[in-house]
Ligand binder design. Structure first.
Ligand code: NDP
Length: 446
């Protein structure tokens, strides 16, 4: 980065957020791609838009006490970062994972601002979570945790103010418990959370949306470069919500998915993953992915996560977590003939891995564009809740497809306009930024 103003902003960010490497990483990536914008739009610099964007509007940290099945008090830490409300109410998921701390929630909130802007819907950016680990807990323990979490969070959120959703560790069960507690405390039935169950205001196709949307975006990117999913070999990391529905849609589009993983290890099935089995293991029985090989003798299970990127494939879809592909894994992908990396997870590639993609002509779909289908469909759930109507699966899916198409078009044309043709990461950052920046400038110094 050469621009002195941006170098100064980044120095302030590093000083102010020392000890939060994920947040600094996310900000650095965006600032680096904004250099041509800063040169072309001095008015936005003058309005202090970037100085304001690198600081969240509000950060809330709270104690979450709950009682486990042995009657013992447990204490977790809860977070909500209301990052930016320039273009709509704060919107973003809740992550429940032991690795959660304020730096993770801030990086996710920052990314969410640009992602939500790209969806074309009126949603600001936010994110929340806790270092609580739902894995291995009983339903009763998860419920007591969720109720305690919401007992603090409810005073900070609302259908027109801040609308949380799911993320790692927060699925339909957790959203249900949180929604129930919100309703009880506020005595109102509103669309305050998305990802709700279908019997109480959830949207059809929300569960599938991030994974399907990832494939719709990737398909657009492939088509723009004279390719398609048909006949391609695909590796998908993770076996959670995003990974499962990415695998389903990639298969429907004619590809063969040969590998999936969880945080313990990965499975390789040369015959193509039997998704019904993975769904049963992960969605119903909440078991480990290694169980897959007990019913599929041709498949191989390997302990550890990073080895999955050494499996030869045409397309890699990382759908687990941040920084899961480092330089060595990116080099292994390139060496084995991979031509496309498209991100279902948030920030799954390290900066060094992205360098490897860009210098080897890999088609690279960055998370904030490629995985925006989840939050876009959450936006559609909010619209249905406001209308007191529900749309069919086909209606929602068609809207999702249209949104992913327009997100790709926006990334593509911003990249061309700012002389970085084919660099969809730069295109996504620039297109997402410009809409938020115009709104911030118009609303004055707030
Ligand atoms: P889930 O909790 O449903 O699944 C997460 C998957 O990733 C699991 O297989 C999990 O394995 C694995 N995983 C989690 N942490 C790690 C880790 N540290 N190392 C290796 N594997 C890990 O979450 P989602 O599918 O909802 O989310 C996955 C990613 O997609 C996240 O980055 C999330 O932010 C992003 N995302 C999700 C959206 C959504 O709508 N759900 C929307 C946009 C982005 P295990 O079961 O062993 O923990």
């Amino acid at each position: 980065m050469k621009n002195e103003y941006l170098i100064g902003v980044l120095e302030t960010v590093k000083k102010r957020n020392a000890g939060e490497p994920e947040f600094i990483q996310a900000v650095t990536e965006v600032l680096e791609t904004l250099e041509p914008v800063v040169e072309k739009r001095p008015d936005l610099v003058e309005a202090g838009v970037i100085d304001r964007l690198v600081e969240p509007e509000r950060q809330i940290i709270f104690r979450v006490p709950w009682v486990d099945d042995n009657g013992k008090t447990q204490v977790n830490r809860g977070f909500r970062v209301q990052y930016n409300s320039a273009i709509g109410p704060y919107k973003g998921g809740i992550r429940l994972h032991p690795s959660v701390y304020i730096g993770i929630i801030k990086f996710l909130g920052f990314e969410q601002v640009f992602k939500n802007s790209l969806t074309t819907l009126p949603m600001g950016g936010g994110k929340g979570g806790s270092d609580f680990d739902p894995k291995g807990k009983s339903d009763g323990e998860v419920m007591r945790f969720c109720q305690s979490f919401m007992t603090e969070l409810y005073r900070h959120i609302g259908a027109d103010c801040d609308v949380p959703a799911g993320d790692i560790g927060t699925g339909a069960r957790e959203i249900g418990y949180m929604f129930g507690q919100y309703k009880r405390l506020q005595n109102e039935f509103t669309g305050v959370l998305t990802g709700k169950g279908l019997t109480y205001g959830g949207s059809l196709a929300r569960k599938e949306a991030t994974g399907f949307g990832l494939c719709y975006f990737t398909d657009e990117m492939l088509k723009a470069n004279g390719e398609s999913f048909n006949g391609k070999t695909v590796v998908v990391s993770g076996s959670g919500n995003v990974a499962i529905y990415a695998t389903q849609k990639a298969t429907e589009l004619g590809a063969k998915v040969v590998a999936m993983s969880d945080s313990n290890g990965y499975i390789y099935d040369k015959n193509g993953i039997d998704l019904a089995c993975v769904k049963q293991l992960k969605e119903v029985e909440r078991k480990r992915i290694k169980e897959y090989v007990t019913t599929h003798p041709d498949a191989v299970y390997t302990e550890g996560c990073s080895g999955i990127w050494t499996i030869p494939c045409d397309i890699a879809l990382p759908c687990a977590t941040q920084n899961e592909i480092d330089k060595a894994s990116a080099e292994a992908l390139v060496k084995n003939g991979c031509k496309v990396v498209s991100e279902g997870a948030n920030m799954p590639s390290t900066p060094e891995a992205i360098e490897v993609y860009l210098s080897n002509g890999i088609l690279y779909g960055p998370a904030k564009a490629a995985n925006a289908g989840g939050v876009a469909t959450s936006g559609l759930e909010m619209s249905q809740n406001s209308e007191r109507l529900s749309w069919t699966f086909e209606e929602v899916d068609a809207k999702l497809k249209g949104i992913m198409k327009s997100i790709f078009a926006a990334c593509d044309s911003a990249a061309k306009e700012y002389s970085t043709e084919g660099n969809y990461m730069a295109g996504a950052n620039i297109a997402g930024f410009l809409k938020v920046a115009e709104a911030m400038k118009a609303q004055g110094c707030v």
